[in-house]
Design a binder for this molecule. Sequence first.
Ligand code: ZN
Ligand code: ZN
Length: 201
Amino acid sequence: MINAKDYFDIGIKFHGHKCPAMPLGLRAGAAAMNALGVERSQDKELVMVVETGNDHAAGCFVDGLMTVTGCTYGKSNIKKTYVGKMAFTLIDTKQQKAVRVQLKPEFFGKMLQSPFVQQRKQGVPPQDILANITDPLVEGVMNRAEEEFLAISPVFDYHFEKTKGTFDTDLCAACGERVFVHKLQNVDSKKICIPCAEKEK
Ligand SMILES: [Zn+2]
Ligand SMILES: [Zn+2]
């Protein structure tokens, strides 16, 4: 069993400030892992598809998800679909099973009415919001029963095909920088990098 609380301190350190959305990601990620019966992803055993965007409140959610699941942008086993929902699918690539978790709509609606979010709307940076506003919210997220705020789908079959990353590089014929070969462009029978190819257009 994964306990979100074990990842709280590293989550705060990685994320950079204390807010309710990062802990929501810890809790939701842990719930998905427990539903699938999986451990934290050491390599790319787990893959995550997150439905948030990059231009709305509570995007911090994804930092909590990355912290607890080990699905990270560096390993490229996470991607966002930018549809603007507080939901994600966690895929167990070994068992070819997945689960979708979303924040319950009513719960998330209420959270957006919190004094923390009111201050954020007025432009106060999260790290400057007083602890007597932030702390009770964060405590609430870390201790609330899952069924109060998470809608967890039944585990379902998910066909996931692994692709192999390239280890091969070459030099761009224009700028001389080293590039992974699958990103080199063929322009006038020269192999050049994407930025150089754009310049030639
Ligand atoms: Zn945050
Ligand atoms: Zn180049």
